[in-house]
Design a protein around this ligand. Sequence first.
Ligand code: E4P
Length: 217
Amino acid sequence: MKFFVDTAEIEPIRELAATGLLDGVTTNPSLIAKSGRDFMEVTREICGIVDGPVSAEVVALDHATMMKEAEVLRKIADNVCIKVPLTVDGLKTCKALTGEGTMVNVTLCFSANQALLAAKAGATFISPFVGRHDDNGVDGMDLIEDIRLIYDNYAFETEILVASVRHVTHVLQAAKIGADVMTAPPKVIHDLFKHVLTDKGIEGFMADWAKTGQSIL
Ligand code: E4P
């Protein structure tokens, strides 16, 4: 499963990219606002740090203006992936852009039928939001299972990008279902490394090693 980080903050992206385990970045208008940075400038900077897809979202709601915005955004770098909302205009834009060889991430997906439409529109990625479903008392992971089943039934190549990930259990469930990608805030990705028994084990090994009085270097 590919790991994308869901942020527009440069330092956490640099830190995760340095692990060699980061496959891409997702941003959205809220994350850009939170960063306080200029959209074009911060997107350019992120594209220079990560080789994989960097999602940059259009903000127009009509197809013609979405295409104009996408034209500006895709010139930023070769690894820009245009993010469009799951609307009629968004999917028209998706179809047109992917037809021209541009990567498209269809966002704000909350149903398996929406995901089916996005695949038919040739989306590179579909972003079902699991956390926002959970917030409303619906198990977001059921949606991922349904989309996996439908995409496998028809051998759609659209990658399932699990979004709105809130904790490490979401990541585990996404991997068990066979999602292609997950995007999570930096903290969740850092949490994946942690286990109390790993810390305890290191502590024990270090204490015993000290007793030997030896050194490797
Ligand atoms: C990513 O592409 C989405 O915009 C993001 O995961 C949404 O997460 P949120 O529901 O925590 O805002």
